[in-house]
Ligand binder design. Structure first.
Ligand code: NAP
Length: 175
């Protein structure tokens, strides 16, 4: 499974239930990566999608404990275990964990790659992605040239999990 996120210098990802910034080139990258795949998100991230509609052309899995929550066109998982049970039937490289913070943290041990858009700016965020630069299990293996969007600069980074994924997969099998 892969994580995909846009983070600021402090690994902030959102504030007040919304994204910190929308960068067209990043949105295009997100679309290219996830189209035709399975995307996994938390209920709050789903609520922030344009028109509260599922992402088109993708299987949308949304985690929520709320029994009343069952919008059309999405697969609701009431727990991590339920999500993992469903995802077991999906090829591992077709699964993208798309946020927010609670979902990134919960699925991190099951993921082997992370596609991170690193925005060189410090926002006043209230939600964060785990800092992969400080996590010895993860290694930065590639970074694009610097891109710009008005006065913002950003790069596309790829991180690979270097240790522990085998153990986590074993855990995955047990659930
Ligand atoms: N920069 C980026 O790339 C990016 C990407 C995505 C999101 N974001 C941002 O991240 C923020 C949202 O993150 P968040 O952590 O507040 O919310 P979230 O992870 O999107 O959603 C949290 C919700 O997911 C459900 N949930 C969590 N764990 C669960 C479990 N074990 N079983 C069942 N349901 C579970 C619960 O829904 P119920 O309350 O319905 O039970 C919970 O309230 C927003 O600001 C958003 O814009 C940023």
């Amino acid at each position: 499974m892969k994580l995909i996120a846009a983070v600021d210098r402090n690994w902030a990802i959102g504030k007040g239930g919304q994204l910190l910034v929308r960068i067209p080139m990043d949105q295009k990258f997100f679309l290219q990566e996830t189209l035709g795949k399975t995307v996994v998100m938390g209920r709050k991230t789903f609520e922030d999608l344009p028109g509260r509609q599922p992402l088109y052309g993708r299987t949308n899995v949304v985690l929520s404990r709320d029994p009343e929550f069952s919008p059309k066109g999405i697969r609701v998982a009431r727990s991590l275990e339920e999500a993992l049970t469903f995802l077991r039937g999906v090829p591992d490289d077709s699964i993208y964990i798309i946020g927010g913070e609670s979902i990134y943290r919960m699925f991190l041990p099951y993921c082997s790659e992370a596609e991170i858009t690193a925005v060189d700016y410090r926002y006043d965020g209230d939600r964060f992605f785990p800092d992969l630069d400080r996590d010895p299990m993860w290694r930065l293996t590639g970074e694009s040239d610097e891109e710009t969007y008005f006065d913002l600069t950003f790069t596309f980074r790829r991180y690979i999990r270097t240790a522990g994924v085998g153990e986590d997969k074993a855990l995955n099998q047990k659930i």
